[in-house]
Design a protein around this ligand. Structure first.
Ligand SMILES: Cc1cc2nc3c(=O)[nH]c(=O)nc-3n(C[C@H](O)[C@H](O)[C@H](O)COP(=O)(O)OP(=O)(O)OC[C@H]3O[C@@H](n4cnc5c(N)ncnc54)[C@H](O)[C@@H]3O)c2cc1C
Length: 391
């Protein structure tokens, strides 16, 4: 779906305020007290997931006609930011799921939308996007998994890795080659709705630096059979664009997580700097710490404004891939810088597992990888910038 075909989304300001207030209360009451426990134990937060279901988060961006909340990108970004400012990782449970749902809503047949979207919206069926393979991340067109037509079915073989919600979820949007010899390579790629079943197994849970408690898994497909009706859009060869077609919204989502991490790091540093004393005064009165807080506050605000700017353009139905890329790039780097500076403000205690800031530091680094690495992001921004400014 091009920007021009994307229907603008709006929300009543009072309804938006109530929603954001509700999320803020939930995060402070339910999430903040348990984030450290779940993160350290690397344990999936089953109780929080039930609460997220009740709040409708699994249908946040799915249209109301399919049972979702149909939120505009700006409201969704605000929710993601608020949650991420306390514990970014749990946004991955519904965010990757919503990327799968978006692929079905944008590109699926009427039957596929009617069957899957209401189940996705309630969280009855949850999952994510299965694109990456051991040999192919940035270069997605190099994937080796295949789907071979056999009567009314496809037979799928291959391995995916790093798949968020791969263990706890029951379904993925699965990118494979239906024509491995096609040139250009993207023409041979197709995207399927793939529920767990015979031939679809979880290889192993991946151990990570951060983003703990959220399952990242290797998925193995061995003669896994899927009905042809599960081919998204019903036509082979469209998978690459279907899988990457949600990239504007995907980048806004990662940017929103980055803003949350940058703001959360600032909040922790600000509080610590006012209570920790050296040389007879709170460290926030030392100029070296003030320089840090001043930069961190400015960086967090700039990241927020870039992200909301991209989200507003998206909601107006405008093309905003460059703006979303800028927001993703800047906000994720802001998250890394702010969490590192907040570590320094905490001195030796930053290195203690008894303080929260070390989690923000570990989680921030992931934001530079997802939805296109920041190396690729800058290259994409530059190419579009030059295109928009011909001599
Ligand atoms: C915690 C976590 C969760 C994830 N969740 C998912 C998920 O749910 N679903 C999914 O499909 N994937 C997921 N991924 C995978 C993620 O999308 C990939 O890791 C990412 O796309 C980068 O691919 P790669 O790791 O293969 O790195 P590579 O592509 O090998 O890149 C290595 C380095 O080379 C640079 N590089 C590569 N190509 C170029 C180029 N042409 N020009 C300049 N620089 C280049 C990159 O920027 C990077 O710095 C997840 C990863 C992590 C760590």
């Amino acid at each position: 779906m091009t920007a021009a075909e994307r229907p603008p989304r709006q929300i009543d300001p009072e309804e938006e305020r109530a929603l954001i207030d509700g999320i803020e209360r939930w995060v402070e009451r339910e999430v903040a007290p348990v984030a450290m426990k779940y993160d350290h134990a690397d344990e999936w937060p089953a109780d929080l997931v039930e609460q997220m279901k009740e709040m409708g988060l699994f249908g946040a961006t799915i249209s109301p006609e399919y049972g979702g909340l149909g939120l505009p990108a700006r409201t969704y970004a605000e929710l993601v930011t608020r949650i991420s400012s306390y514990w970014m990782a749990i946004t991955g449970i519904f965010n990757s799921h919503l990327m799968m749902a978006a692929a079905v809503e944008r590109f699926g047949t009427d039957e596929q939308k009617a069957h899957w979207l209401p189940r996705f919206a309630t969280g009855e069926v949850r999952g994510g996007l299965a694109l990456t393979e051991p040999n192919a991340g940035t270069d997605l067109q190099a994937i080796r998994s295949t789907a071979v037509r056999d009567g009314d079915d496809y037979v799928i073989n291959g391995t995916k890795t790093w798949i968020t919600n791969g263990i706890q979820g029951s379904c993925v949007a699965l990118l494979v080659k239906t024509d491995p010899a096609a040139e250009p390579r993207y023409r041979g790629m197709s995207l399927f709705i793939a529920p767990k079943g015979e031939g679809f197994t979880v290889g192993k849970k991946l151990k990570k630096l951060g983003y703990n408690a959220i399952d990242s898994a290797e998925l193995i497909f061995e003669d896994y059979r899927l009905p042809a009706a599960n081919l998204i859009g019903g036509e082979e060869g469209k998978g690459f664009f279907q899988a990457t077609g949600g990239l504007e919204l995907g980048r806004i989502n990662v940017a929103a997580r980055g803003v949350g991490l940058a703001e959360g790091s600032l909040r922790l540093a600000t509080a610590y700097a006012q209570t920790r004393e050296t040389m007879g005064k709170p460290i926030c009165e030392h100029q070296a710490i003030q320089l840090k807080l001043g930069e961190m506050a400015t960086r967090a605000r700039a990241a927020r404004l870039l992200t909301l700017d991209a989200a507003d353009a998206y909601d107006r139905g405008h093309r905003c891939d460059m703006e979303a890329g800028m927001a993703k790039y800047f906000a994720s780097e802001a998250a890394v810088r702010n969490s590192e500076e907040a570590m320094r403000v905490h001195g030796g205690y930053a290195y203690s597992k008894e303080y929260e800031i070390e989690r923000f530091y570990r989680d921030s680094l992931l934001m530079c990888i997802g939805e296109g690495t920041n190396e690729m992001q800058r290259i994409i921004i530059a190419k579009q910038w030059v295109k928009q400014h011909p001599v």
